[in-house]
Design a protein around this ligand. Sequence first.
Ligand code: HAM
Length: 420
Amino acid sequence: MDLKAPRGTKDILPPESALWKEIETAVDGVAALFGYEEIRTPMFEQASLFKRSVGEETDIVSKEMYLFTDKGGEEMALRPELTASVVRAAIEHNLVTKQASCSRLYYNSAPMFRYERPQMGRQRQFHQFGIELLGASSALADLQVIEFALAVYKKLGFSNFHLKLNTLGNLSSRERWREELVKYLQFNLETLSEDSKRRLETNPLRILDSKNPADQAIVAGAPEITDYLDESDSEHFDELKALLAAAKIPFTIEPHLVRGLDYYNRTVFELTSSDLGSQDALCGGGRYDGLIEKLGGPPTPAVGFAAGVERLVLVLSKLRGGEMAAKKTDIYIVLADKGGREVGIEIASELRNAGFRVLFDLLDRSIKAQMREADKTGTRFVLVLGNDELAAGEITLKRMDTGAQERIPQQNIAARLKNP
Ligand code: HAM
């Protein structure tokens, strides 16, 4: 067959799908504990939404966005991220108002699309969970966003990550810093990589992220945003650092962490893990106080993060030695004679209603083959139903841990198996 899943996409098959479910359940659980409610938005939006929010010059919009013109002639984009969509929805449905209030929204396993070069941990269709906290400007809100992300990883038993933190100040301090940065980079133009030379024209802040060693050497001496912050931005950053210290959350300041989306101001952060390869960001986020107003809503501060599910699956599979927790069967019913079918179906349904995970043969196989399958499913009990048992209104119960076998009445079988 020459039909395959498109490059950069992945089928999620069992038993890996069980791990996805576990992650989704952990995210739902943490969201409930923090009082966040789920939002789901369309998979595609007007392309202009992302151009105006993420930014036309960013790689995400200028190079990676899946664009198409629909039959009505409108330019659409498969969503490359969700912050813009959440803000669009919040404005459209009046979730943000002029009154002081907070919207606590989260998303879970939401598909995103970016036309990137696929590699480990980088796909063209990938999934994110994350939160958007709309309406709160305090450093306490920034702390909560970081705490939320950490709580999910903690719940899943993963702790090998590192919190990187920076501040981008406000638009005018960022602009002053940007001007000085461009001057500095122009001065070093000869030594910059071709890619960075081009970026100097379009998106100079991205040069700070460059993985090219020659670029990195220049970047090491570049002007830092911290020297351009105004007083209130510095205070906000200091407060967040103090809150993180009080919450005993270790972090490092990364003066060159700028993130690849234009909407950020003040706090930006990433959690990275050495368990991942070059795509080491488990999640990223930050404050975007100007975005809601820019997209037509009332001036509203906001902060959030998004995390890659594929990357979390990678680190968790590694942590668990590749072992996926496939759910075990509780009861396998062996139908020894065709005559037992109706009773077997009835017993299976009674047991399922009582909460047991029940399997039985669907292939008319021999007793031996059924027993073999029962064994493979890791079932706790096997129930054998043959003509003998049928005639006596009984069933044979086999305990797989001890191998012990006994005949028990068919009646009240669920109660009996609850206290075996
Ligand atoms: P982002 O850094 O572009 O931020 O993406 C967040 C996370 O999504 C990354 O840290 C990574 O784990 C995962 N990710 C991104 N691209 C890919 C890819 N091609 N393949 C696999 N995983 C990927 C945002 O999307 C912002 N909306 C985050 C945010 C929310 N900021 C404020 N609120």
